[in-house]
Design a binder for this molecule. Structure first.
Ligand code: SAM
Ligand code: SF4
Length: 330
């Protein structure tokens, strides 16, 4: 699949549920309304959709959410998709998780063929963690990390940089994650969805500032390491570990975008930061053969926009797109 700007689309991210066992303050409002279950695709339908994309040349699949591991029976979806790893059609099957259920599932994921997981953790302070996630238990996530490492999974820690919350902790997080052999990636907060009292301007910390601060204590050497995602990686000479920055706001990352995103209702978003979307649920259910679906996918890819229009400043502190990250999948 090649889009109008010549970009090869080889990466599909799938939000398998919009539900979550946490309520991170930058991601969700406390009283989130979730989709009625009737609107959500079954796991069998999700598998059929993903398979259609794999047939069309998707090489990397990431399951995300919401929290993918809280969806009932989600392991059956992983198992189904794992077959494409065995056949060689798919190169990588992976997930982004908050880690709360990893202790339970890490070994099974590894057995299916998952090699890497992204675990989101914004602070190492249990009290702060509870506040940020509104009720998450850091210890439980730590047990999940232990289990994942025991199962041989490579781990990347994702941390959203939040002004006045975790900006004093980056040095410690670098030492901790690299000490355990895990990559660390810092992410700029993106203006997606209403989140209650907090405004984005309060939370927003440009990573250019974070990097300058980190560079006072560590030597950062630019690398050309890539994971297929938008992060730019540096080697931290003092730890030997990798530190990535995802900077959608201060540094546009769209030119090399190779991905599209599917929601759990079968809506395909061709860009994280734009409203245009294609319904694939209708075509999926229209017939047992995949012909109609294939046509809908082709039409959608032909509409992939050049890039996002995210901006956060004093005049623009509301959401740039009304949907939450948990809908489209981070
Ligand atoms: N629940 C899983 C987790 O937290 O890893 C997967 C879904 S979550 C929406 C995926 C990623 O998006 C997480 O790393 C989270 O920190 C990030 N995220 C959520 N809302 C965001 C926002 N407004 N700006 C930037 N990143 C955000
Ligand atoms: Fe849940 Fe992930 Fe959003 Fe946090 S960032 S509320 S864990 S979906």
């Amino acid at each position: 699949m090649i889009d109008p700007f010549g970009r090869h689309i080889s990466y599909l991210r799938v939000s398998v549920t919009d539900r979550c066992d946490f309520r991170c303050v930058y991601c969700m409002a406390e009283d989130m309304t979730f989709l009625p279950k009737a609107e959500v695709l079954s796991l069998e339908e999700l598998e059929r959709l993903c398979t259609a994309f794999v047939r069309r040349g998707v090489k990397k699949l990431r399951l995300t959410g919401g929290e993918p591991l809280v969806r009932k029976n989600v392991m059956s979806l992983f198992r189904g998709l794992g077959k494409h790893l065995d056949s060689g059609a798919l190169e990588e099957l992976t997930l982004t998780t908050n880690g709360s259920q990893l202790a339970k599932y890490a070994q099974e994921l590894a057995d299916i063929g998952v090699r890497r997981v992204n675990v989101s953790m914004d602070t190492l302070d249990p009290d702060k963690f509870r506040q940020l996630t509104r009720w998450g238990d850091l210890d439980q996530v730590m047990r999940g990390l232990d289990a994942a490492q025991r199962a041989g999974l490579a781990i990347k820690i994702n941390a959203v940089a939040l002004r006045g919350v975790n900006d004093g902790e980056f040095d410690e997080m670098i030492r901790w994650s690299h000490g355990r052999g895990m990559d660390l990636v810092l992410i700029e907060v993106m203006p997606m969805g209403e989140i209650g009292d907090a405004t984005r301007l309060d939370q927003y910390l440009p990573l250019s500032l974070a990097r300058t601060e980190i560079a006072r204590h560590f030597t950062l050497t630019e690398t050309d390491y890539r994971t297929g995602g938008p992060a730019r990686y540096f080697r931290v000479e003092e730890t030997g570990g990798r530190l990535g920055f995802i900077t959608p706001l201060t540094h546009n990352f769209c030119e090399s975008c190779n991905r599209v995103r599917l929601t759990c209702t079968g809506t395909l978003y061709m860009c994280l930061g734009q409203e245009d979307a294609a319904d694939l649920r209708g075509p999926l259910r229209a017939s047992e053969s995949d012909e109609v679906l294939d046509r809908a996918i082709t039409e959608a890819i032909a509409r992939k926009p050049k890039g996002h229009d995210f901006i956060i400043d004093r005049r623009n502190s509301g959401p740039a797109v009304p949907r939450h990250m948990s809908v489209t999948g981070g």
